[in-house]
Write a protein that binds this ligand. Structure first.
Ligand code: P6P
Length: 330
């Protein structure tokens, strides 16, 4: 019988020595949040949790009840543990301080509690994305400066995919590892150790409906992907970032959500979507860019800052950068 490795055992056995305490337990807390959210997500069609919460989030998007629930779960499982100095969520306008009675810790958690939530009501896979930084100044309680750090400073990143099965995929800088939830046991079990981006790639993933709104380099790149000079690939687009990313991580490919002529910043958020995924793909042998520079090095100037986003096999993302260079100044 093959070895059964729970996420708790794997985290403990693979953490650098400095991380035996707070950091290791922080990852446990995230795994617990994922189990609870998964339990609700898998029953969304059966309970009152479906549909909109009647509120609107900072993005001006209708908040789905499950969005709000997932955000609350992650907050409540982390606000009192003494492991964090500050948090930030896609669902909340400002940084989330650690309430006074609780001890502050030395890590920062940024998260998108339920990305792709517009897909909830049509039963399409959705996901949680998270990133972990160290606080910049330990002796000060969490401030915006602790949050606005480039993704290259992340010490951990990952996502949870609530699909046909619930998977948690994370990195702490020593490879990318995937765990599948066994709902009977309530345990995440190691299922994908050391995930490496396959090459040649199988898919390119973009919403073609926006082709006419794209700048010339993006149109040229999209034409190239479908032409004879690029690797032979299929087009797949789920419209749920974590699901599209996960498929490409397993099969190889490129996902991109570019800017538009009238909306050059694009849609994907830098802090809690593009940044953590950029660390993951880097650790899996791929690359993420905004079209001109590595996502890992893009300065984060505001919590909900958006960025054009190209992520996947290094050769495919570099090709996108080459089209931007070719058209620059034209
Ligand atoms: P579009 C979900 O709202 C999301 O932020 C990502 O999960 C997804 O990749 C993207 O938007 C889909 O956007 O404009 O193609 O529907």
């Amino acid at each position: 019988m093959s070895k059964i490795v729970t996420i708790e055992r794997f985290i403990f056995e693979h953490q650098p020595d400095y991380a035996r305490g707070e950091f290791t337990n922080l990852l446990y807390d995230i795994a617990l949040s994922a189990k609870i959210i998964s339990q609700k997500t898998n029953r969304a069609g059966l309970t009152e949790i479906l549909g909109q919460a009647g509120s609107v989030n900072i993005q001006g998007e209708d908040q789905q009840k499950l969005d709000v629930y997932a955000d609350e779960i992650i907050f409540k499982l982390n606000d009192h543990t003494g492991r964090l100095c500050v948090m930030a969520s896609e669902e909340r306008e400002d940084i989330i301080g650690i309430p006074e009675p609780y001890k502050k810790g030395s890590y920062v958690l940024v998260y998108d509690p339920l990305d792709g939530s517009s897909n909830i009501d049509v039963n399409v896979s959705i996901g949680t994305i998270f990133g972990i930084y160290r606080c910049r100044e330990y002796d000060k309680r969490g401030r915006i400066e602790d949050i606005l750090q480039p993704a290259r400073r992340l010490v951990g990143a990952g996502y949870v995919l609530y699909g046909s099965s619930t998977m948690l995929v994370y990195t702490t800088g020593t490879g990318v590892h995937g765990f599948t939830l066994n709902p009977e046991l309530g345990e995440f079990l190691l299922s994908h150790e050391n995930m490496v981006l396959p090459d040649p790639p199988s898919y390119f993933s973009v919403n073609h409906a926006y082709y006419s709104k794209w700048e010339k380099p993006v149109q040229a790149y999209t034409d190239w992907l479908q032409g004879p000079e690029s690797p032979k690939m299929s087009s797949r687009y789920i419209g749920s970032l974590v699901a599209d990313f996960h498929r490409n991580l397993l099969r190889g490919g490129v996902f991109y959500y570019p800017g538009e002529i009238n909306k050059p910043e694009g849609k994907i958020r830098l802090l809690y979507e593009a940044g953590p995924l950029a660390l993951l793909i880097d650790q899996a042998g791929g690359y993420a860019s905004n079209g001109c520079k590595p996502i890992l090095d893009v300065e984060i100037e505001s919590l909900h800052q958006r960025t054009p986003f190209f992520i996947g096999n290094r050769s495919l993302v570099h090709q996108a950068e080459m089209f931007f260079q070719q058209y620059s100044g034209k």
